[in-house]
Design a protein around this ligand. Sequence first.
Ligand code: COA
Length: 326
Amino acid sequence: MSKQIYARIAGTGSYLPEKILTNDDLSKFVDTSDEWITSRSGIRQRHVAAEGETTSDLGYHAAVRAMEAAGVTAEELDLIIVGTTTPDLIFPSTACLIQHRLGADGCAAFDVNAACSGFIYAFTVADKFIRSGASKTVLVIGAETLTRMIDWSDRTTCVLFGDGAGAVVLKADEETGILSTHLHADGGKKELLWNPVGVSVGFKPEEHNVGVRIKMAGSEVFKYAVKAMDSVAEETLEANGIDCHDIDWLIPHQANLRIIESTAKRLDMPMDRVIVTVDKHGNTSSGSVPLALDEAVRSGRIQRGQLVLLEAFGGGFTWGSALLRY
Ligand code: COA
């Protein structure tokens, strides 16, 4: 009988643009304050891509670090998936741009757009490719330049988002790895969190009077996100026949510290077992979970053999989770 194949994280990497924008910096050009932003969201600063710096630049640097950590060369990659909602171009995909820069031409490469759940969606697809035997070494990236579609005069959104990228190399392994993944979407809530401009609707930013900008009904998104994160965590525990106390680390999407604390409380997890980067990075959408994962791995908090729960929520709405034995 053939053995079960798992997708195992062989290496992680991340990259943040150099420029930092603090809450005090923001309060110089929009009517807000460090006190308001910190108390409502937990965010203290965010990174902002330099002029000309693109999502594929961020993703490329994160990928190089993940490949170095995994000891994997470009020739070994047989699939590249990028979760992003801010691609460099309409096409080619960001995955194709990164593939070429890595020198991995020839392997399959594509993007997944699931807004802030983009990395979890991409990670899930990669897991299925490896489990099925179709791929052996997969590069999964979450990369975003969300600040490129922010209305800097709208204080209800501009204080929340930042730029950044994270990446993992997944390898086929007989011992351990991703145990389960769970994805969901609710397309009926699109107008609560969206960018109404696009190719096929005519690309007419002036009709929405917003430019190419994120629009969000913050408190409604907040309530939905809390419920979705709770239910997908519950579903993950049930699917694996485990108790919340079995989990060593929770890595939730980094959108708002209050959402993170609420999820942790429902899982009865003390905050010292929850990876938090939202204070330093803001919401980097698809970049948030792999950035937090890389930070936790490189700081030595997450150790081989530990049980880690990843969770994300984003526009669509989309949400999902992955449970893995690191
Ligand atoms: N600075 C100062 N005041 C602000 C502000 C800012 N940056 N943004 C909003 N306000 C004001 C509002 O205008 C409102 O004023 P009013 O009562 O006079 O109308 C007041 O603060 C309260 O706004 P509200 O939207 O009810 O605040 P909130 O407690 O819901 O917090 C968010 C706002 C956006 C932080 C919160 O709703 C949130 O995080 N939602 C989820 C967002 C998210 O995670 N999105 C991405 C999902 S992937």
